[in-house]
Ligand binder design. Structure first.
Ligand SMILES: Nc1ncnc2c1ncn2[C@@H]1O[C@H](COP(=O)(O)OP(=O)(O)OP(=O)(O)O)[C@@H](O)[C@H]1O
Length: 221
């Protein structure tokens, strides 16, 4: 397995527009394929902001973000959106599912952004639902499932097209311990298959299951 970084953050600083202080100050870090990295630290220390910088959802004020060694921080918005659609998967604590679509469509229609046919992903979606232990009828709507089930449906959506990098912000926030472990198992499987997984978490048990644990304590601006 290659150890060249999938993603590299090179001397990155970030200040929110109108903000007076850098939320991220001269951060450098690499993220390697085949690993799960956990970002932890006190509330407000900039964990989510770092995830947004890595995921091309925010642009650094200074410094470089490299994907497979190629600088991506200055690419145009449409190109960055294409990179996200083709290379990245996302899971957030509040699973944002489309209330008008079925559970199954919420998962498979994510490939429309990649110009692929959702129908060809139904089998994979069902496999993933089984893997993360979410047993709900495929044609239910998001309003008819629990928060924890919605979070796992969002994970299935994120993993569906086998993305190179999965970004997860508090992916176990709504889950009991056993279910959180199942979700972490799926993340670890994704990494074992060559994916790069980056998780923001407050949960020490989740952090302990990561290969790399970055504690962004008060000393890390
Ligand atoms: N859109 C924004 N505009 C201005 N400041 C922001 C914005 N979003 C976040 N911040 C500030 O940036 C800092 C870091 O926020 P961030 O959400 O990255 O922290 P976090 O470590 O993920 O926190 P938590 O654990 O509470 O989710 C905080 O001081 C926050 O108030």
């Amino acid at each position: 397995m290659t150890t060249a970084p999938r993603l590299a953050i090179d001397d990155v600083s970030f200040t929110y527009p109108g903000g007076s202080e850098a939320v991220v100050d001269r951060w450098s870090q690499t993220f390697v394929a085949g690993t799960v990295t956990a970002l932890t630290g006190p509330s407000g220390c900039g964990k989510s902001t770092r995830l947004y910088l890595l995921a091309l959802l925010a642009r650094p004020t200074a410094g470089r973000v490299l994907l497979d060694g190629v600088p991506v921080e200055r690419l145009s918005d449409p190109v960055r959106a294409r990179v996200r659609a083709h290379r990245f998967g996302f899971v957030f604590q509040d699973a944002v599912l489309d209330p008008t679509r079925t559970v199954l469509d919420n998962i498979v229609e994510s490939v429309l952004y990649r110009h692929e046919d959702p129908a060809t992903f139904v089998g994979r979606a069902v496999e993933l639902m089984d893997r993360v232990g979410v047993e709900v009828p495929l044609h239910r709507r998001p309003a008819q499932i629990s928060g924890g089930q919605a979070q796992r449906i969002a994970l299935c959506r994120a993993l569906l097209a086998d993305p190179d990098v999965v970004f997860a912000d508090e992916p176990t926030g709504n889950l009991d311990r056993a279910t959180a472990d199942v979700v972490m198992g799926a993340m670890r499987d994704h990494a074992a298959a060559g994916g790069c997984v980056v998780i923001v978490t407050h949960d020490p048990t989740v952090a302990a299951q990561a290969d790399v644990h970055l504690d962004l304590g008060p000393q890390a601006a």
